[in-house]
Design a protein around this ligand. Structure first.
Ligand SMILES: C[S@@+](CC[C@H](N)C(=O)[O-])C[C@H]1O[C@@H](n2cnc3c(N)ncnc32)[C@H](O)[C@@H]1O
Length: 380
């Protein structure tokens, strides 16, 4: 889950954004669920090899959790996780999907001759009733930086209603990470953060050459506009691992079996990272997540699987990372310490979007501490 294009960017009429508040279902459907009804969007997730391999391996390398068992797939989309669960030997799979994608899922189940095992149910997980409790809940609920989209609330509700006391969650654990980062190569446009704030120059040259108008007078306002934008909004990016200039820190650890909605309304952490590169420019912080498929203590996975969205030399995942930029960048050195006060809450206008407060302070290895800086970002 998590797409730059999915409809969660529009605001909804939801009130306070806390887990107890009422969601205007119609508005939520129009703004959030609508894109999931399109196969093109499901395809984006189905094409994410890192995501697919992790879920596939978690199911097929842990068949003992599935053989002869009952499974609930929360938000089945195209039906892929439900189909794998059935192929791994489940006795019965309830595949619940809020959107009309349920029709395609039903078709796909039938085409794979699994209609006697997989029952596709169209409806919100919050509203449907199952005839029995289940042994496994499987779901792909993760948004950008793990919690954007707030779909995990629905999985928690499903768990509390429908998971047997001995049941297993797929995934079982999740973590959020933050690390100091530097700008990428200048030929990699998306991650040349310093360049992207000033890249009016090249444009001015071209406009003058081809269209005879000198736009250089707008260079400064453009740069100011860019800075304002990037200092207020996080940026989706696929970071290269060499852009990570300090030790990554865990902001939040979640046990999917026991966590409550209350526990995820706010993520607060004070963390510290040691710079690991000589003479580099700290441009901001990168945030990502991982989830694990470890079963539960009494019924562990035979083969634990990790799905990570950390910076990677390959294509990464469709989740990428969230980048929180600083301006101006700060020159840092090996062994300097960056202390971060991090807080993430849900937007009051749209509970599926996030506000981040990020304050940091740098203690140089010489012992000098630079003045603290505080920034606010919106994860849209
Ligand atoms: C990220 S997609 C995952 C789809 C599929 N499970 C997969 O892994 O490819 C999440 C799906 O959950 C559905 N969904 C989200 N919240 C839901 C809810 N409360 N009840 C039912 N379906 C929901 C969305 O419509 C979407 O199709």
């Amino acid at each position: 889950m998590g797409s730059r294009e999915n409809g969660v960017t529009s605001s909804t009429s939801r009130g306070s954004g806390n887990g107890g508040a009422k969601v205007d279902k119609e508005v939520d459907f129009a703004n959030y669920f609508c894109t999931y009804a399109f196969l093109y969007h499901q395809k984006e997730m189905l094409s994410d090899r890192v995501r697919m391999d992790a879920y596939f391996n978690s199911v097929f390398k842990n068949k003992h959790h599935f053989v002869g068992k009952t499974v609930l797939d929360v938000g089945t989309g195209s039906g892929i996780l439900a189909i794998w669960s059935a192929q791994a030997g489940a006795r019965k799979v309830y595949a619940v999907e809020a959107t009309k994608m349920a029709d395609h899922a039903r078709e796909l189940v039938k085409a794979n001759n699994l209609q006697d095992v997989v029952e596709v149910i169209e409806g919100s997980i919050e509203d449907i009733t199952l005839p029995e409790k289940v042994d496994v809940i499987i779901s792909e609920w993760m948004g950008y930086f793990l919690l954007r989209e707030s779909m995990f609330d629905s999985v928690i509700i499903a768990r509390d209603r429908w998971l047997k006391p001995t049941g297993v969650m797929y995934p079982s654990h999740a973590r959020m990470w933050l690390a100091p980062i530097r700008s990428g190569l200048s030929d990699h446009k998306m991650s040349d953060y310093e360049g992207c704030m000033d890249d009016w120059h090249g444009f001015v040259k071209e406009t003058k050459t081809y269209y005879g108008v000198d736009m250089s007078v707008l260079t400064k306002p453009f740069s100011e506009e860019q800075k304002k934008y990037y200092l207020k909004n996080s940026l989706w990016n696929n970071l290269h691992p060499n852009q990570v200039v300090g030790t990554p820190a865990v902001l939040k650890e979640i046990d999917c079996l026991t966590v409550t909605v209350e526990d995820i309304l706010k993520v607060e952490a004070c963390v510290s990272s040691t710079i690991t590169k000589e003479d580099t420019r700290l441009c901001g912080f990168g945030g990502w997540f991982d989830v694990h498929f470890n079963g539960r203590k009494e019924n562990p996975a035979e083969c634990g699987v990790e799905l990570t969205t950390a910076p990677s030399i390959d294509d990464g995942t469709h989740w990428g990372q969230q980048v929180f930029l600083l301006h101006p960048p700060v020159r840092v050195n090996d062994q300097d310490e960056v202390r971060v006060n991090f807080s993430m809450t849900r937007s009051a206008e749209n509970h599926r979007l996030m506000n981040v407060d990020l304050a940091y302070e740098i203690k140089l290895s010489s012992g000098v501490t630079l003045p603290p800086v505080a920034n606010k970002f919106f994860i849209e």
